[in-house]
Design a binder for this molecule. Structure first.
Ligand SMILES: [Zn+2]
Ligand SMILES: [Zn+2]
Length: 251
């Protein structure tokens, strides 16, 4: 797979001083893709073929549901549902009568039976796919800028690291696209930055818990007031609190 640089959004995300610049970019992409899907993409035949086949995850159904274009969402859901029903007809048609007993289930348990096929049929998401492609491009850009832009390298060193899912993505892209020596140097720089920042957030979270002890009641909160949100987001990617909030919308 060939990746392209996408420098400006990455530099802008780093300027915000957030806990994970890739989460910042993820939220911006997500907001934009949800909007585009409901504004126009669902009317374009090429997109409609994609959404009919793939559908959406619960998060992206929910985000679209919360916007105003109920008709657009209903039309997309309707034609997707027609395709899912067609798939189910063949999946359920192939179902064998259930074998009873432990021995039979050990002998006859097929990993690709109807339950697995049903789960696989509703597993995809047209918006997640777009976000994943954009984030791979941004992670690639971070790894490249680190070696080509000294100003960025300084920003990177002063930044707060990444959430763990994006840490994995970044290391994966670096491994795939940098030379052996550069990948090793980058891994070392990322490891140092990440561990230092994980420990910082862990310390802030500990102080948050100590504030419930009367001996700490008069001590200032420092950076700890939103430590639970930031700790959860650092571990799992932005999902709670201010960092996970999408830009405000009228629709
Ligand atoms: Zn992240
Ligand atoms: Zn999704």
């Amino acid at each position: 797979m060939k990746y392209t640089l996408d420098t400006i959004p990455v530099l802008d995300a780093y300027k915000t001083g957030c806990e994970c610049p890739l989460c910042k970019l993820r939220i911006l992409c997500e907001d934009q893709y949800v909007d585009t899907m409901l504004a126009s993409a669902y009317m374009e035949p090429e997109w409609r073929i994609k959404t009919n086949e793939t559908g959406f995850c619960t998060r992206h159904f929910e985000l679209m549901y919360n916007r105003r274009n109920r008709l657009g969402l209903a039309l997309m859901t309707h034609t997707h549902m027609q395709q899912v029903i067609a798939s189910l007809e063949s999946i359920l048609d192939g179902v064998q009568p259930e074998k009873k007993g432990l021995l039979a289930s050990l002998r006859g348990g097929k990993a690709d039976g109807a339950p697995a096929q049903i789960r696989a049929r509703i597993d995809g998401c047209a918006i997640c796919e777009q976000i994943d492609a954009a984030l791979a491009r941004y992670a690639y850009t971070i790894a490249q800028l680190y070696f080509t832009n000294s100003e960025f390298k300084a920003q990177f060193a002063a930044s707060k690291g990444f959430c763990l899912p994006h840490l994995a993505l970044l290391l994966e892209l670096a491994e795939k696209t940098l030379s052996g020596a550069q990948a090793a140097e980058f891994r070392k720089a990322v490891a140092q930055l990440e561990l230092q920042n994980l420990k910082r957030v862990e310390g802030e979270l500990e102080f948050f818990t100590l504030k419930f002890d009367y001996r700490y009641a008069d001590k200032p909160w420092g950076n700890s007031k939103d430590a639970p949100e930031r700790a959860i987001n650092k571990l799992m990617g932005a999902c709670v609190g201010e960092e996970a909030r999408l830009p405000p919308h009228n629709d």
